[in-house]
Design a protein around this ligand. Structure first.
Ligand code: ADP
Ligand code: MG
Length: 444
């Protein structure tokens, strides 16, 4: 969902386009570097999706995971045939998962310790070393993207590496809630006792983002009993939330007091040194080689949240990989590519460069193609639209516009721009396309 949301935002899809094309897509499988996406029905137009959204999805996936996946779209019939080989992705599976739903990258080894998380880290390690004995429950809290899930998976990996037979269960509270609801809805005792058996038969229970359980009475009730049974049997419980128990307003008191039995540890936003260390670690782990100045630029400007910090680095890498010859990343490039992230409110200066990039992106071409000497019909009209918009929206001299658009002379620019301006007067489609691109260039 987050990946699709990124595509929606970056391409400013209208609600109807988003609902029609992207929303119905489902991840079918991830095998090696191939990400297969299920297109639920033929009517939706597999070909169209393939042509129009493959690259945007690929880029968004790369930004999100830091990995380059080949994107393959399939229809339900093909999905059935391949089921034998590929296991469908369940709700809970994290990309690249090895052990059920644990992300193999989230370990203590890859977790950078800084002033903001030192206490939470030590507490987590203590619990991992002596589950059920150190602190029970361990309650981790902190804002979005600060490392709670990473720490929880680290604990689970650590316990499993010491004792591969330990029954460790990591679930999001959403998943837990769904299971409770499912068991209740089935309405018979077997469904419920199956649920109870599953949850009470484990050694370590990790529930992530527990704030989503509160406010749902039946789930709180079931969770209360699960908690008591496990705690009574000295089984380790680890919870995470976006706030401490005392600030969770709709949490029942009996649960609140239990959450406070063990140890409560918070994670704060990282300081500059920790942000640098996290970026360097990521660079090392993923085998990137990014200029130190660029790393400093990111660490200076992306402050609040580690997911965004990593996202910024991933975004730069993804862009440089999509450029011909893996262009090296410079601070200038970083300023450009990250401006939305760093200055979300700043209006962009409208330059011919911005217009050309936006037009290329809108039609799914590379800038290098748009400004090339190619004359096939698919590219000629977008190029003329770029000519028209550069003339219409900026004060740049025609000579400059011509130079940027592949060293064309100014009469070519006038000719192309005029052609579009005439077409707009008679052709509704052209008019709409140009309007849409204009809005992308200048949203205000
Ligand atoms: P939360 O669960 O608190 O929202 P996550 O655990 O999902 O945050 O962390 C967001 C991203 O930041 C993850 O990719 C995680 O690996 C990374 N991250 C968070 N804290 C650290 C850290 N201290 N060292 C390295 N990576 C971190
Ligand atoms: Mg999380």
């Amino acid at each position: 969902e987050e990946i699709l949301e990124t595509v929606r935002k970056e391409h400013e899809l209208t609600p109807i386009s988003f609902e029609t094309w992207l929303k119905p897509l489902k991840v079918h499988s991830v095998i090696g570097n191939e990400l297969t996406i299920l297109v639920p029905s033929e009517q939706m137009g597999l070909e169209y999706i393939n042509k129009k959204y493959k690259l945007p999805i690929k880029v968004a996936v790369a930004e999100f995971t830091g990995l380059t996946y080949e994107i393959v779209f399939i229809l339900p019939e093909q999905a059935k045939q391949s089921e034998v080989f590929a296991s469908p992705i369940k709700n809970e599976v994290v990309i690249n998962a090895e052990k059920g739903n644990l992300n193999p990258k989230y370990t203590f080894d890859t977790f950078v310790v800084g002033g903001n998380n030192r206490f939470a880290h030590s507490a987590s390690l203590a619990v991992a070393e002596s589950p059920g004995e150190a602190y029970n429950p361990l309650f981790l809290y902190g804002g979005v993207g600060l490392g709670k899930t990473h720490l929880m998976h680290s604990i689970a990996h650590f316990i499993l590496s010491k004792n591969p037979n330990a029954k460790v269960l990591y679930v999001t509270s959403e998943f837990f809630t769904n299971e409770v609801i499912e068991a209740i809805r089935n309405g018979n005792n077997t469904a419920m006792s199956k649920f109870r058996e599953k949850y009470r038969n484990i050694d370590v229970l990790l529930i992530d983002d527990v704030q989503f359980i509160i406010g749902k009475e039946s789930t709180q009730e079931e969770f209360f009993h699960t908690f008591n049974d496990l705690h009574g049997a000295k089984k380790q419980i680890i919870l995470s939330s976006d706030k401490p128990p005392k600030e969770m307003e709709t949490l029942e008191d009996r649960l609140r007091s239990r959450f406070e039995w063990g140890l409560i540890a918070d994670i704060q936003s990282p300081d500059y040194e920790t942000r640098m260390a996290i970026l360097r670690k990521k660079e090392e782990l993923d085998g990137y080689n990014v200029d130190d100045e660029v790393i400093q630029y990111i660490a200076t400007n992306v402050k609040s949240n580690i997911r965004e910090l990593e996202g910024a680095l991933n975004k730069l890498i993804a862009h440089s990989r999509l450029e011909p010859e893996n262009k090296e990343i410079t601070v200038k490039m970083a300023e450009n590519i990250l401006q939305d992230l760093i200055y979300p409110d700043k209006p962009k200066e409208i330059t011919p460069e911005l217009i050309i990039e936006t037009v290329a992106e809108h039609f799914g071409f590379k800038v290098s193609d748009l400004v090339s000497q190619k004359r096939n019909s698919e590219i000629v009209v977008p190029r003329q639209i770029a000519m028209y918009l550069c003339r219409d929206m900026t004060d740049a001299p025609l000579k400059k516009i011509g130079n940027l658009l592949g060293k064309r002379d100014h009469t070519t620019i006038i000719h192309g721009a005029d052609k579009i301006s005439k077409d707009i007067a008679v052709n509704e489609t052209t008019k709409n396309v140009v309007e849409t691109i204009k809005k992308k260039i200048n949203p205000n």
